[in-house]
Design a protein around this ligand. Structure first.
Ligand SMILES: Cc1cc2nc3c(=O)[nH]c(=O)nc-3n(C[C@H](O)[C@H](O)[C@H](O)COP(=O)(O)OP(=O)(O)OC[C@H]3O[C@@H](n4cnc5c(N)ncnc54)[C@H](O)[C@@H]3O)c2cc1C
Length: 455
């Protein structure tokens, strides 16, 4: 008999428990990727599809070109392959998001009727959310106790399983990656090819070089967008080109210092995001704090467009939005600044910002993106209070004090003296740069007024 290894979000061969356990059996393996455009309600954005395309090419190479590609309904497709290849076992990652959980429950039922064994393994998270509860058996809503008591004090994450010792493949059919139709016709992504090396090997190299130097300045350096003090591993983690368990235990091998603990806690925020979406799955479209359901969003399409294009007139916000456009990535502090500006100064609903990030970020992650937006908007768990409104001028002056980041993305401000860089209108009204679309003080006061109405 034979096995299918169904790849979803963990596109790697090293420390992939589903692939590893399949390889331990005597069965031959058919590795399969299904781009399900029927059951998955929130289809991937353009940037994610580009990343996925390249990640699948890399995975296919690692699997000696034995990966089969399908597009359509996961269950229908699997039923056909099961018949064709005499499949007795399916191996796959454990799902943690609502949509996948529902799909897998249906699949499990079908497979049991056919006597096919469904083996699922946690390939995605350090701690499975279902086991982490407070003493009263309810889920945590605050990060620190979740992470410290719920995770760190409970059990250690699984040790990485490594690379399979042997892989005996079934001959695959003639499916091609282009059958998945992942890439947009307009080739906006050509400029990205030189910026990102999308492969499992590259993820390991990035981790190794980060752990050699930048990690030791992580706690302090991670707030400065012009520095290279964060790992930029997020898209690799999102598509599982590297496992979080591998990263965790690589950190454990270093001499303990507070930077390492801090980096681990950021991985903890990713766990927390999945945890929240697991226990409060409605928060994918609804405010976790329901009082915000009555909030009066202005949702001006002109302001939203200016934000998307990086033409708000506030240099640090515009630099961040242009970083997204140019690279498919935004530095974490800049995500907070630009998200706060959209939700609070422009009074645009966080769900609209979330969907723009979903379309444009290479690391667009269902859980981290929603949790990040709800956190910044003040509507989520353990969130920044709504009344804490980032001041983009001060944020720019503090975290980009030499203007390197700002000028990298808005070079037309190069002749503006540094002390005016974040408020160029005070220097000249005659610059080749957008006018401010809102007044900072007025928009802040208005946001606080709107908030007072729902408090
Ligand atoms: C509005 C908003 C939207 C966001 N959307 C996403 C998203 O779609 N995908 C995504 O991976 N992250 C998202 N984040 C979290 C964070 O900004 C990115 O994970 C981080 O900037 C990635 O850069 P890095 O790999 O250099 O991070 P590092 O600082 O090197 O951190 C290491 C890893 O920890 C995880 N991580 C770090 N910070 C967070 C965090 N706050 N929440 C969850 N995980 C975290 C990421 O996997 C990251 O790669 C969002 C944050 C905000 C405020």
């Amino acid at each position: 008999m034979n096995s299918i290894v169904l790849f979803k979000n963990n596109l790697r061969i090293n420390d992939n428990p589903a692939l590893f356990h399949a390889s331990e059996s005597e069965n031959k393996i058919l590795p399969v990727y299904i781009h399900d455009d029927i059951n998955i309600k929130k289809q991937l954005g353009s940037a994610s599809r580009y990343w996925l395309y390249n990640a699948l090419i890399s995975l296919n190479k690692s699997l000696n070109f034995n990966l089969s590609f399908y597009r359509g309904d996961t269950i229908d497709i699997l039923m056909k392959i099961i018949k064709k290849y005499e499949i007795s076992d399916i191996y796959c990652e454990q799902p943690f998001l609502k949509n996948d959980i529902i799909l897998f429950d249906q699949l499990k039922l079908k497979l049991s009727q056919l006597n096919v064994k469904f083996n699922i393994h946690n390939c995605t998270l350090l701690w499975s959310p279902q086991y982490i509860l407070k003493k009263d058996n309810t889920p945590y809503k605050v990060f620190t106790p979740f992470y410290r008591k719920g995770c760190l004090e409970k059990i250690k994450p699984d040790l990485p399983v490594g690379v399979p010792n042997k892989l005996n493949f079934l001959p695959k059919d003639d499916s091609e990656i282009d059958d998945l139709k992942l890439l947009d016709k307009f080739r906006w992504y050509d400029k990205m090819d030189s910026q990102w090396d999308i492969s499992e090997n590259s993820a390991v190299k990035i981790l190794d070089s980060f752990l050699e130097s930048s990690i030791y300045n992580y706690k302090k350096g991670r707030d400065f967008p012009a520095s290279n003090d964060t790992s930029k591993l997020s898209p690799y983690i999102r598509f599982g080109l590297i496992s979080v368990n591998k990263i965790w235990y690589a950190l454990d091998r270093l001499n303990f210092d507070r930077n390492i603990a801090h980096y681990k806690s950021e991985l903890g925020w990713r766990e927390f995001s999945y945890y929240l979406l697991y226990h409060f799955s409605f928060m994918d479209t609804k405010n976790l704090q329901t009082k915000f359901d009555d909030f009066n969003w202005e949702n001006s399409s002109e302001k939203f467009d200016a934000w998307k294009k990086g033409e708000t007139g506030y240099p640090i916000v515009d630099a961040a939005m242009r970083e997204l456009w140019e690279t498919g990535y935004i530095h974490n502090r800049m995500r907070m600044v630009t998200a706060s500006f959209l939700v609070k100064n422009l009074l645009v609903d966080w769900r609209l910002g979330e969907s723009w990030f979903w379309d444009c970020l290479f690391d667009a992650d269902y859980a981290s993106n929603i949790a990040g937006w709800q956190w910044t908007a003040g509507t989520g768990a353990d969130a920044a209070p709504y009344f804490r409104i980032f001041n983009p001028i001060l944020q720019g002056e503090k975290f980009d004090s030499e203007g390197k980041y700002t000028l990298k993305y808005i070079p037309q401000l190069k002749d503006v003296p540094l002390k005016y860089l974040q408020k160029p209108w005070e220097f000249s009204s005659n610059l080749d740069y957008a006018n401010r679309i809102v007044d900072l003080k007025d928009s802040r006061d208005n946001a606080l007024y709107q908030y007072s109405l729902i408090k």
